[in-house]
Design a protein around this ligand. Structure first.
Ligand code: NOJ
Length: 532
């Protein structure tokens, strides 16, 4: 039975936390209907406590028609009936807290579902139209969209209504964009934040955080013109300053989904009176290459330092190719634009690198995000085309495999039906034939498994001084080797070169991601933690 873990630092826990992302639909199916649910999560809380994570981030669990996996929210104050009830969510938040695990919810402020009452009102011609971007079209008969913006999922960002007007959706047509210039939109979101903070959540992830504000003139997009008509507009910071004031009343924290190439612009979101943290997509998209990783780490630390925010380290999430697969390919970086079906993958190589990357991320200064199944070393699955559900696939005209391959229901028990994910009904996405080999019960018994590595690493990270937020100093090292010191004598060495790396013989070995060679050296694609 898992022991309750004491919360490590009451106020600034988030500066050094290990945060586990739960994609509820695919985590564990408590009622056997093929869809993951809150009952499934509650039953697995001891597993999460044993893993040693400090917090759970739940991808949207609200009432939703699931046209975009729950990122199309119909009611921000209700749990989707397929997942459970609000009362169950409250119990889950309390039970997790008793095990020392905090809860982070996911707020989707850029858009709502087309089933949200506001959009229904807007469609019926009500005053709610002002809460969205509804405009007449261009052309002699309004037959052309109001501007040339394209959806993040491909295709035009505008859809025509039966009355001839057009509405803006930066994602799927079932996700109309809200008009953030309207005070009611701001008020509603502050109320939603309070609603969840009052239910005991410790933090909020902000979906598409840099996209909310639009140029009110809705001009065509012109490459290179500043400011961008809808990405990273200055008005946004005022929104986040008022959110921060709400969060401060409850001691809550934010993590922003801010995809921005410009590090100075990115850091603005992390000023002391705005969001506390943001996901590190530079690290997530970085190829497995020592020089490029070092640059990404240096740039990350340099951009966070002036605003005093801790960095986050992220290797994957529910939108991107799973880590062991990405690192097992010729192109080890990540880019939405280059995803295709049937990319050759060496999973043994990818897994070795992902193990080393796990120790690297957990040794870097700041917080670490872990996506469900990453601790099991799950690969990206190829979903049969007739079972794909992700709108990204359909809106690409069927060329992009979409994101379902990283959302396949988890394997828990090798010998059970559906690898223990559920019971009666087949899971909502098919599990590949070899899935049971990754089951958590098998990995628990195997000291060489990915799960055993993550458990050991998170435990060592928790009990050893020097991990988490704080300084990092690069140590002299051979080409292709990353070596850095933290405080308290802690050292991390990652060897990406094809020659073995010498380790300091005077240091004590805390943990390695794979065996050393017979001369005690660190082989290629292996990482070690040492105490000097
Ligand atoms: C980012 C989320 O992570 C992704 O899953 C979603 O499709 C878009 N935002 C739209 O909400």
């Amino acid at each position: 039975m898992a022991q309750p873990t004491p919360a490590r630092t009451p106020h600034d826990w988030w500066r050094s936390a290990v945060i586990y992302q739960v994609y509820v639909r695919s985590f564990a199916d408590g009622d056997g209907d093929g869809t993951g649910d809150l009952a499934g999560v509650r039953a697995r809380l001891p597993y999460l406590a044993e893993l040693g994570v400090d917090a759970l981030w739940f991808s949207p669990w609200y009432q939703s028609p699931m046209k975009d996996g729950g990122y199309d929210v119909a009611d921000y104050r209700a749990i989707d009936p397929a997942f459970g009830t609000l009362a169950e969510a409250e119990k889950l938040i309390a039970e997790a807290r008793e095990l020392g695990i905090r809860t982070i919810v996911d707020i989707v402020p850029n858009h709502v579902s087309d089933q949200h009452p506001w959009w229904r009102g807007a469609l019926a011609g009500g005053a709610e139209r002002e809460l969205f971007h509804v405009r007449p079209g261009r052309g002699d008969h309004g037959e052309l969209p109001p501007n040339d913006w394209t959806s993040e999922f491909g295709g035009p960002a505008w859809t025509r209504l039966p009355d001839g007007h057009w509405y803006l959706h930066l994602f799927a047509p079932e996700q109309p964009d809200l008009n953030w210039a309207h005070p009611a939109v701001r008020q509603e979101h502050e109320d939603i934040l309070r609603f969840w903070f009052e239910r005991g959540v410790a933090g909020v992830r902000v979906d598409s955080a840099a996209l909310l504000a639009k140029d009110p003139r809705l001009p065509d997009f012109v490459e290179g013109r500043d400011p961008h008509p809808y990405v990273d507009r200055d008005e946004l910071h005022d929104v986040y300053r008022s959110w921060r004031a709400v969060a401060d009343e409850y001691g809550g924290v934010f993590v922003g989904e801010v995809w921005l190439p410009d590090s100075e612009r990115f850091a603005r979101y992390l000023r002391p009176d705005e969001l506390h943290t943001a996901f590190n997509f530079s690290f997530l998209t970085c190829p497995w290459d020592a020089r490029r990783l070092r640059t990404s780490i240096d740039e990350t630390l340099a951009e966070h330092a002036p605003v005093g925010a801790p960095a986050t380290w992220v290797l994957c999430n529910h939108d991107v190719t799973r880590t062991v697969t990405r690192y097992g390919r010729e192109d080890t970086g990540f880019d939405f634009a280059t995803k295709v079906f049937g990319t050759p993958t060496d999973l043994a190589l990818g897994t070795r690198r992902a193990r080393a990357a796990a120790l690297l991320s957990l040794a870097l200064p700041g917080a670490v995000y872990l996506y469900q199944g990453e601790e099991l070393g799950l690969p990206e699955a190829e979903i049969p085309r007739d079972r794909i559900q992700d709108p990204m696939h359909f809106r690409s005209g069927g060329t992009d495999p979409g994101r379902d391959g990283c959302r396949v229901p988890l394997p828990w028990t090798a010998e059970a039906p559906y690898a223990g994910f559920g019971s009666r009904e087949e899971p909502w996405l098919p599990q590949p034939a070899h899935w049971a080999a990754y089951a958590a019960d098998l990995q628990t018994e195997d000291p060489g498994s990915m799960l055993s590595l993550y458990r050991a690493a998170i435990r060592v990270r928790r009990v050893t001084p020097g991990f988490g937020d704080g300084p990092l100093t690069w140590l002299p090292s051979a080409d292709g080797v990353l070596a850095f010191a933290r405080t308290e004598g802690l050292v991390c060495v990652v060897n990406l070169a094809d020659t073995p790396a010498e380790l300091d013989g005077a240091s004590r070995l805390l943990l390695t991601s794979g065996p050393l060679d017979d001369r005690g050296r660190l082989p290629q694609d292996t990482a070690a933690w040492l105490l000097g």
